[in-house]
Design a protein around this ligand. Structure first.
Ligand code: COA
Length: 463
């Protein structure tokens, strides 16, 4: 199969016109039941066909004994039956004309059943059908209202595509993104990567207009050279953030027994990531922090940054973090400093960090942030808000979002405090402004934007 048709086939993975769920169970709590329920309740608009010889209907939909009995076309088959029966069902899916099989079932190469996985691949290959999995929790694509997973249902729409080699971690993070207010375009569990792997997904997602950043949790890649090429090409289009597990010696062993990955030498991975312009994050938190900043879609023109704060201490911590990761804190030129002074009491400071003081109101934050964003000497603005009893965090957040909305320059905001600040942070995120609970995370996320921009300018991203 040539590359173009291989890639083209992935349309059916993200935007299937119809889906058959093989192993659709009527028992709540069973995987085949929960996947079908998520597909229905998340609002998928195409035809849905439950397949199970035991039932006439499942969750209100007519059920078919085998996929061959389905009257209409089947684009995607989601397979949730015991491993031993999977190759036969995959063969039937191929015969039915399905373009992709999403194989949820475990019990293949990850437990030494290599021959069974090869049979599954042969069955699919005979029909030119692609296979996602096996040993996965499914796939979601929010622009197509598709949630074919047994994870949480209400995935928030957004522009981060998340590819995960770990199932349980992926499901957990899926729930976490919902509570954190982080929106996803796609979520793909790749499991054993028997066929569809990171390279294929990078190819498709880098061309997907709904995706602004691709985040990958990986334990290893099968073909280093192919990954390098795919990642180089994709990072030219959009940022790619990778968390690579298995950095320590014991971690490598753990990764190899988890997904059978060749976790390999960490130094080699480091070199591959660097060459291909991939940004390597060292924790899940950092990876999502950066991805959130990229999801805003704003590209910094440079590293010249102003910090606007209502707290001196937060300003100092952010200054340290910003300087250490490569942001340049400018001295505001006189006209800008005069503008800042309009939004602070006489005891405030118009130097950088710009200290509006603890009593700063929403109007003052809005004015100072807008002034910084509209000045030619500033590329990025870091906003720091420490919760006080005299101010309302959500009002401040709304004011910051308004100011940010008037500009295309990057803004990252910190909302630090209690419950009200957490709500304020979510409000900012929902309006496309990356928001964090600490000064360091805010500064470092802005740094990731600047670093990607520099990599791309130097030609390191994607060379
Ligand atoms: N065609 C259609 N339906 C079939 C079938 C076939 N060939 N063979 C079995 N079924 C039906 C069963 O009748 C059952 O329906 P019911 O609950 O209404 O009786 C349903 O499919 C499931 O089969 P069952 O034998 O009950 O298996 P299960 O639900 O206990 O387990 C898996 C199936 C796939 C969930 C299980 O084998 C598995 O692999 N679990 C691990 C999944 C996982 O963790 N993946 C990785 C996540 S990261």
């Amino acid at each position: 199969m040539d590359e173009t048709s291989r890639r083209g086939d992935l349309d059916a993975l993200f935007r299937p016109r119809s889906i058959a769920v093989i192993g659709a169970s009527s028992n709540p709590g069973k995987i085949g039941h929960e996947i079908l329920r998520n597909i229905i309740e998340y609002g998928y608009g195409g035809e849905i066909y439950p397949v199970n010889p035991k039932h006439d209907s499942v969750l209100g939909l007519k059920c078919y004994p085998t996929v061959l009995d389905v009257p209409g076309d089947v684009d995607m088959g989601v397979v949730a039956i015991p491993a031993a029966y999977v190759p036969q069902v995959v063969d039937q899916l191929g015969a039915k004309g399905a373009k992709v099989a999403v194989v949820i079932s475990s019990g293949f190469s990850e437990v030494g059943e290599v021959e069974l996985e090869e049979r599954l691949l042969r069955a699919a290959g005979k029909w030119g059908m692609r296979v996602l999995g096996p040993n996965i929790f499914g796939v979601a694509y929010t622009p197509g209202r598709l949630n074919a997973t047994f994870g949480p249902r209400d995935v928030l729409p957004g522009s981060i595509a998340f590819i995960t080699q770990s199932g349980a971690l992926g499901i957990a993070l899926m729930g976490w993104t919902i509570t954190e207010g982080i929106g996803l375009s796609a979520l793909v569990s790749v499991g054993n990567k028997s066929d569809v792997d990171d390279d294929d997904l990078l190819g498709w997602l880098s061309r997907d207009p709904e995706t602004r950043v691709i985040l990958i949790y990986m334990e290893g890649v099968k073909e280093g050279r192919e990954f390098l090429e795919a990642a180089s090409a994709a990072s030219r289009e959009k940022p790619i953030v990778v968390i690579k597990a298995g950095r320590s010696e014991r971690g490598v062993k753990a990764a190899s027994s988890h997904t059978g990955s060749l976790a390999g030498s960490d130094r080699v991975y480091d070199a591959v990531f660097r060459q291909s312009g991939v940004l390597r994050a060292y924790s899940v938190e950092q990876a999502f922090d950066w991805a959130m900043a990229f999801a805003s879609g704003r590209v910094p023109r440079g590293d010249r940054t102003v910090i606007v704060t209502n707290g001196g201490g937060a300003g100092v911590l952010a200054t340290d973090a910003a300087e250490m990761c490569g942001l340049r804190l400018i001295d505001p030129p006189p006209d800008l400093a005069a503008e800042f002074r309009r939004y602070m009491p006489p005891f405030g400071s118009a130097k950088n960090p710009v200290d509006l003081t603890g009593q700063a109101s929403a109007r003052e934050f809005e004015g100072a942030v807008a002034a910084a964003l509209s000045h030619d000497s500033v590329d990025n603005v870091l906003v720091l808000y420490c919760e006080t009893a005299v101010t309302d965090p959500e009002e401040i957040a709304a004011a910051v979002a308004r100011a940010a909305g008037e500009s295309d320059k990057p803004v990252a905001a910190m909302m630090m405090g209690g419950e009200r600040s957490v709500r304020a942070m979510r409000l900012l995120r929902s309006r496309g402004v990356p928001a964090y609970p600490t000064p360091e995370r805010t500064a470092e996320s802005l740094c990731a934007l600047v670093r990607y921009r520099e990599l791309r300018d130097r030609g390191s991203a994607g060379v």
